[in-house]
Structure formats: structure tokens, C-alpha cells
Design a protein around this ligand. Structure first.
Ligand SMILES: Nc1nc2c(ncn2[C@@H]2O[C@H](COP(=O)(O)OP(=O)(O)OP(=O)(O)O)[C@@H](O)[C@H]2O)c(=O)[nH]1
Ligand SMILES: [Mg+2]
Length: 417
């Protein structure tokens, strides 16, 4: 059972959706602790430098059978203004003692931190990105590298949210790459596309995206058995062991099927064969949307270094999954056959789906979005655009140059998988 550390608006909204879902799916003994009064408390720390989002999250949990602990929330008066440097150097430092104190408290309650940390944030703002980066560094310092840290990071829309979103993404990615075991990415634009085309929703709200993200994450994190029948209840530890063996490949991509939500489509049933076939296509082409136009199997653009598959509900056993997904055309030949693929199965159905299939892979999906962030950041950096905002909080051009160098190395490794 991990400790969840949620940061910033996005981190808190997504983590609240996930926590609610975990409870609804009956996960009392993993993501929650039972206190002497018989009440269950989520093992979450909620951090945002402006109080509004956390106040809303706490309000929503009032009257529920579970709750957040009274001391779980750490807020201040105002946010980090979309400035990674202000979040990292100022607010991150100023609030670190109370953040770590709260994390320690949860760690003591649970007697052990073997399943490590799930840290949830967005990369484009200032609090999730900057305070988040500082917090992750401090967690690693305090608990050491034997306690796994998996981050969940939301990648911004590729165009125009805030002008410095590429700087913030660059600096966050560099920091997470140094101090976590792995980072699970969700791209807001890909999920918006799925919701618009598969769920027939024109105007997509954050709450729609967060429901989708939480569902995909829960399908990966809920307890599940391996092919020998052993039950796994330490999802963060297991992800780190299965998928994060190589220091250069920490970027993890989730995918899930079926993508149906609209009652109009409820009559459609997906056989195991169809789900596995679609997932094979998504993994091979690097797409997310089941309905993607670009499913040409000849355009193999995505290689995986390692992959986990999770199948919940009715299924025809591990051989079928291995047969369909452990295909050499999906995988890089850099690691041995036996280490590259794991399949997990649960008989219990998930969110009323007859069968639900998800994968998490260390793969090349990030190449294009990373290219955009690098090139747009270089463009601004070469003109010294907005650098003064970062320099004002001790993040100088050397820090940027180091981040560029690390991420270009990462990009090179991804391309040569
Ligand atoms: N999926 C999703 N993305 C969100 C949500 N809220 C914000 N975002 C995205 O997160 C990024 C901005 O980060 P925020 O979390 O709002 O910023 P913050 O961490 O609170 O930082 P400051 O407000 O600058 O202190 C943008 O890319 C938004 O599109 C949300 O609830 N869900
Ligand atoms: Mg905010």
C-alpha cells in the first residue's frame, strides 16, 4: 500500500478521483488505514499552495465512510504562479518540513513504506511541478533508493495554456527522471481526443479527463494475481521491479480498453480476442484511441522495452495474453525475452466491464511530445525569454542547460530503443 502525495490543482483533483474509485472498488486495506474509531482514512498527503482546490476536495469527502486525515492538507495563501522556480526554491523549501512531517506520520501509521510512494502532479503549473520536484527529492533523500517512488505526471496540451509551460515541463521531467523510479504519463490532449471521439462529448472538462485517468490508473494499481497465482498488493513496488530496471527508461505509458462509456455503445461486447487485438495495435502504433485512423500495422512506430498487461474480469488465461502481446515486433531487443513482459489477472470484474484490459509500458510514446517541449524551450531559451522569472528564484541558465542535456540524452536513448 503506497502513500499518495498529491500536489497542485491537477495532482489533487486526479488523486481524489483515484482515491474515490479505489474505495468504491473495495480497496479498503490497501489505500486506506483503519483507525481505532472504526473509520477509514486515505493514505494521502494533499499539498497545494492555494487552498481552494484542497478545500473542495475535502468538502467532497465530508460524510463519506472514509475520509482524509485532519492533518493531511498542507496549503498556503497563494499558488506558485506557473513558475517552477518559485515552487521549487521558495514554496518547496518553505513548506518542506511540514510536508515531510505529514508523510512521516503516514509512514508510521502503516508500519512500513515498502510499497513506497505514488506522487501525483501536473508538469506545466508551478506547485505540482516545482514543489513536487522538491518534495520528491526530499522523499528520496529521507527514505533512500530501496523505497520505490513512482510519479504520475500530467503532460500539458501541446499548444497554448501558459507561455512557460515548456520550461516547467522540462525542469519537472528532469527532476523526476533523477529522483523517481518511474513516471507514468497521461497526456491531456490524448485523453481529450478519446473522450471526444469514443464518448461523443464535445466539450471535455477536467472532471471527464480525471475520471478516465483514475479508471486507467485503478485498473493497474488494484490488487491482482500473477500467472503463478500469487496475489500482488504492492503495485508501486511491482511496477518499479517489473518496468524500471534501466536508469535511462523511466517513462511509462498506460493504455486501456474497452473505451466505452456512452450507453449507446453498451450493447457492444468485446471478446478477449478483440481486446487483445486492439491493444496489440495500440502498443505497436503508439496510439491511444481505439478508433485511431492511424492503425496501419506497417507503420510500426512504437517499441517497448518492457510491458505489464493487466486483465480483469472474464478472461481466457495467461497464454492468450502472452500469445497476443508478447510479440517481438512490439519489443526492443535490448533486454532478454523473459524479462520484458508480465501478465497479471483478476477474476473480479472492474467497474462493471465484463473484461477490462490495461497495459503499462516503458516505451517510445514520449518521443514526439518531448521533441515539442525541447524545441519550444530551446527557442525561448535562445532568446532568454522569461528567464528572469526563474533567475529571480535561483534557477540560472546553467540549471536549464543541464536539464536540456539530460533530456536530450533521454530522447536519444528513447529513439535508439
Ligand atoms: N487532467 C487534468 N489536468 C489538469 C487539471 N487541472 C489542471 N490541469 C493541467 O495542469 C497544468 C497546470 O497545472 P496546475 O495543477 O493547475 O498547477 P499547480 O500545480 O496548481 O501550480 P500553480 O497553480 O502555478 O501554483 C495544465 O497543463 C492544466 O491543463 C485537472 O484537474 N486534470
Ligand atoms: Mg494551482
Amino acid at each position: 500500500m503506497p502513500i499518495t502525495v498529491a500536489l497542485g490543482q491537477c495532482g489533487n483533483q486526479v488523486s481524489n478521483c483515484l482515491t474515490e474509485l479505489m474505495w468504491d472498488e473495495g480497496l479498503r486495506d490497501s489505500f486506506f488505514v483503519e483507525k481505532q474509531n472504526g473509520k477509514y482514512y486515505a493514505r494521502n498527503v494533499l499539498i497545494d499552495m492555494e487552498p481552494k482546490v484542497i478545500e473542495n476536495v475535502l468538502k467532497k469527502s465530508e460524510g463519506k465512510t472514509w475520509n482524509y486525515s485532519k492533518t493531511a492538507a498542507i496549503t498556503a495563501k497563494s499558488g506558485s504562479g506557473n513558475n517552477w522556480a518559485f515552487g521549487y526554491s521558495v514554496l518547496g523549501d518553505r513548506n518542506q518540513e511540514s510536508i515531510q512531517r505529514q508523510i512521516r506520520k503516514l509512514a508510521e501509521d502503516a508500519d512500513s513504506v515498502n510499497d513506497g510512494f505514488l506522487v501525483m502532479l501536473a508538469m506545466a503549473g508551478g506547485t505540482g511541478s516545482g514543489v513536487g520536484s522538491k518534495t520528491v527529492e526530499k522523499i528520496r533523500e529521507e527514505y533512500g533508493s530501496k523505497v520505490p517512488i513512482i510519479a504520475h505526471a500530467v503532460w500539458p496540451y501541446s499548444t497554448g495554456e501558459v507561455v512557460v509551460q515548456n520550461y516547467n515541463t522540462l525542469l519537472t521531467l528532469n527532476s523526476l527522471n533523477c529522483s523517481t523510479d518511474g513516471v507514468i504519463f497521461h497526456q491531456n490532449s490524448s485523453i481529450t481526443d478519446i473522450i471526444q471521439t469514443r464518448f461523443d462529448l464535445k466539450n471535455v472538462a477536467y472532471s471527464d479527463i480525471n475520471d478516465y485517468v483514475a479508471k486507467e490508473l485503478a485498473s493497474i494499481l488494484l490488487p491482482i494475481k500473477d500467472t503463478d497465482g500469487a496475489l500482488h498488493k504492492m503495485p508501486i513496488y511491482q511496477i518499479a521491479v517489473d518496468l524500471c530496471g534501466s536508469p535511462n527508461f523511466k517513462c511509462l505509458t498506460p493504455r486501456s480498453l474497452p473505451q466505452l462509456h456512452n450507453p449507446k455503445r453498451a450493447f457492444l461486447t468485446y471478446s478477449n480476442d478483440l481486446l487483445l487485438k486492439y491493444m496489440h495495435q495500440l502498443c505497436l502504433t503508439g496510439n491511444f484511441n481505439e478508433n485511431s485512423g492511424n492503425m496501419n500495422m506497417k507503420s510500426v512506430v512504437n517499441k517497448s522495452l518492457a510491458m505489464n498487461a493487466y486483465i480483469r474480469g472474464k478472461n481466457e488465461g495467461p497464454e492468450k495474453i502472452v500469445g497476443a502481446l508478447n510479440d517481438s515486433s512490439i519489443f526492443s531487443n535490448k533486454i532478454p525475452f523473459s524479462d520484458r513482459f508480465n501478465s497479471y489477472l483478476a477474476k473480479k470484474s472492474f467497474m462493471k466491464h465484463e473484461t477490462f484490459l490495461s497495459t503499462l509500458s516503458a516505451d517510445q510514446t514520449l518521443i514526439d511530445p518531448l521533441e515539442t517541449v525541447l524545441s519550444q524551450s530551446w527557442n525561448m531559451f535562445n532568446h532568454r525569454a522569461f528567464l528572469h522569472r526563474y533567475e529571480a528564484h535561483s534557477i540560472d541558465s546553467d540549471h536549464f542547460v543541464n536539464s536540456f542535456a539530460h533530456l536530450e540524452q533521454l530522447q536519444h536513448s528513447l529513439k535508439n530503443l
